[in-house]
Design a protein. Sequence first.
Length: 201
Amino acid sequence: MKKLFLLALLTYTAFSFANRGLTVTYKQSESANAPVAGEMELYSKSYALVIGIDAYQTWPALSQAVNDANKVASALEKKGFEVTKKFDLNGRDLEEAFEDFFIDKGADPEARLLVWYAGHGHTMDGEGYLIPADGVQQSDRGNFLRRSISLRDFGKFSRLAQSKHVYTIFDSCFAGTIFNVARSTAVSYTHLRAHETPEHL
């Protein structure tokens, strides 16, 4: 029996974004001139939550997080993603954005999800935290913990999704703790610190 080779391994031009899903064409062999054998739907839908926070109240204000988020959102839309954009969220709104996204968009088991967060991050006692617009400095430990979102809590939100894959991209500083959290959970994540949209998405 002839092996079927995904054309996606050779080129990205075979991708189809009909209905915002992802379909690849595959050939009957790895030969460049091999006839097309058919198509395979990898994902039924592609959803992204893009967050940028510039307007911090007690942490140093940022100038490019929202701008970067808008650029990423535009790039993802061109890749076929349905994008939800959220800017300058306080702690409660940030939690709600994660929860709504993973529950509502993650209800499709054949979809893929992507979260992009650009804003302050901080490490305390070996744990990474996302800092919302109203987050306080770590010197006020109690209120810092109340308003910030730990990566463990983020993992709790992401486990609400039933989707095939979840990608998380944090443009923040965590001193490497994000990878420690990923190793300590049973859920599979792709964690990146990036300034550009990965070409394969």
